[in-house]
Write a protein that binds this ligand. Structure first.
Ligand SMILES: Nc1ncnc2c1ncn2[C@@H]1O[C@H](COP(=O)(O)OP(=O)(O)OP(=O)(O)O)[C@@H](O)[C@H]1O
Ligand SMILES: [Mg+2]
Length: 455
């Protein structure tokens, strides 16, 4: 409902109005003094000011002026017992929404308020629509209606045009690469080279040659000169994906190149200047990695300029239905989900985030029969309540926290390996960890005894 300020010195009138408006669900603040009214307009925000024309302290005209200057979104209705055509015209000319001649019927004022409410709702919807349309034009490929995704897009719009480093943080499958691409596309370097580096796939030995290039004969097997990624990105943008997977040695080398904006090819003697914009993505909190000694603090500060955090899908569930519709149409599928299946899909915790949802929709479009995808088509693990809710805690499990976490990790990995028929790539994607990490964990846990809680 509306928040209304009544400025009226006649006590009976003021109290009656206050009572009627409150009874109709509005929030009401009332005063008998024009100066106090003006103070209130300056300090609080109202949808409507209902003011007498003749007041102690100031006049209705001054109130109108105050609203025009300090509260342009507020509507003013003037009440007057001295209605003359001149007064009325004067009020409207000064921006009043309307005026009422005393004595007036309660219905008259309620009718005016109803009209104001309708127009305000319409305006708000219009604004939301316009904003959504603007988002769509700027980011046609990024789908979502949640406040969280809207904040991300606003940040992208703000950060993209400059040359500063952008750091994108989010769990696996939340859309980090999609956002990185949007930053590049909206930047002034959009027509320049855009080089993507998957840091988790870089080998320690070939790192420098990959990034900075090498001269012919620089090492055994270097039969040709090789131009590295930094040099290829010159004038444009480099996207350092999974930067949290870089070893400390690689961090040091990268930091040096980024700081000096110069590189040297392996086996080369020349220093080559490079002009690049950096976009980096991380699934881990780099600050935590710094505290654990796994990430160089100076590198962290170098990256931490414009940070964009993408919320996991389970914390912005209102995006799930629109994403489902988007993916159905992306896969050219005319099927729809039955209304009772949507709450189940919204409840599931989507550990693999949007990527998992996308694969899920794709699979269903292939395997479900009939024009409607129903609850019966949904796999059991989606229908079951989220396993997160079932996690034991250290107290109930009577295990030391370290061991408990280890057990949770083992069972998550085994479940994922089972779910994806021992396919390490798919299991790693699902768990949101690089395949190399999964492999080392599998080796480490191969002979680890499975302890049951309560034993
Ligand atoms: N908001 C979104 N709208 C439409 N598609 C999305 C959205 N977010 C993610 N996707 C899609 O989900 C998939 C995963 O996104 P992306 O590869 O950008 O995630 P990521 O965070 O880089 O994941 P990872 O950490 O595993 O590399 C892609 O196919 C992407 O197009
Ligand atoms: Mg990615």
């Amino acid at each position: 409902m509306l928040k209304i300020l009544i400025i009226e010195d006649e006590k009976i009138n003021r109290l009656t109005l206050e009572q009627v408006l409150k009874k109709n669900g509005h929030t009401v603040v009332a005063t008998d003094n024009g100066i106090h009214g003006i103070e209130l307009i300056g300090s609080e925000s109202f949808d409507v000011v209902l003011s007498d024309l003749r007041l102690p302290g100031s006049s209705g005209m001054e109130i109108l002026e105050q609203v025009r200057q300090n509260a342009p979104g507020t509507e003013t209705i003037i009440m007057t017992a001295f209605a003359t055509v001149k007064n009325a015209v004067e009020c409207l000319k000064n921006g009043a929404y309307d005026y009422l001649t005393k004595p007036f019927q309660v219905d008259e004022i309620l009718h005016l308020l109803k009209r104001i409410k309708e127009v305000r709702t319409l305006n708000r919807e219009n604004e939301a629509l316009k904003r959504r349309l603007a988002d769509k034009q700027e980011f046609p490929e990024i789908v979502g209606e949640s406040d969280e995704i809207r904040t991300v897009l606003e940040k992208v719009s703000l950060a993209a045009p400059g040359d500063h480093t952008v750091l994108i943080q989010g769990e696996s499958g939340t859309g980090k690469e999609l956002i990185a691409d949007a930053v590049q596309r909206l930047s002034s370097r959009r027509d320049k080279p855009y080089i993507k580096v998957n840091c988790s796939a870089l080998s320690e030995t070939l790192f420098e040659s990959e990034m900075f290039g090498h001269e012919k004969g620089a090492f055994t097997g270097a039969l040709q000169k090789n131009v590295g990624r930094f040099e290829r990105a010159d004038g444009g943008t480099i996207f350092l994906d999974d930067i949290d997977d870089l070893s400390r040695r690689m961090q040091t080398k990268l930091l040096r190149a980024i700081q000096s904006r110069e590189i040297e090819r392996v086996g080369g003697t020349r220093v080559i200047p490079v002009d690049i914009r950096i976009i980096a993505a991380t699934k881990a909190d780099l600050r935590e990695l710094v505290e654990e000694g796994k990430f160089r603090e100076d590198f962290y500060y170098r990256l931490h300029v414009a940070k964009i955090m993408i919320t996991p899908l389970r914390e912005r569930r209102s995006d799930i239905p629109v994403l489902i519709r988007h993916f159905l149409s992306l896969f050219g599928c005319t099927k729809t989900f039955s209304p009772d299946s949507l709450p189940i899909l919204k409840r599931y915790h989507w550990p693999g985030n949007v990527r998992e949802l996308k694969h899920f929709v794709e699979q269903l479009t292939i395997f479900s029969g009939g024009p409607t995808i129903t609850i019966a088509d949904l796999p059991e693990y989606i229908k079951k309540p989220s396993p997160r809710a079932e996690f034991p805690d250290a107290f109930n499990a009577r295990l030391p926290l370290d061991e408990l976490l280890c057990q949770v990790e083992i069972s998550s990995i085994r479940n994922a390996m089972e779910k994806f028929d021992q396919n390490q790539k798919k299991a790693a994607d699902f768990l949101g960890i690089p395949r190399t990490t999964l492999r080392s964990k599998l080796e480490r846990y191969q002979h680890h005894p499975v302890k049951k809680p309560h034993e």
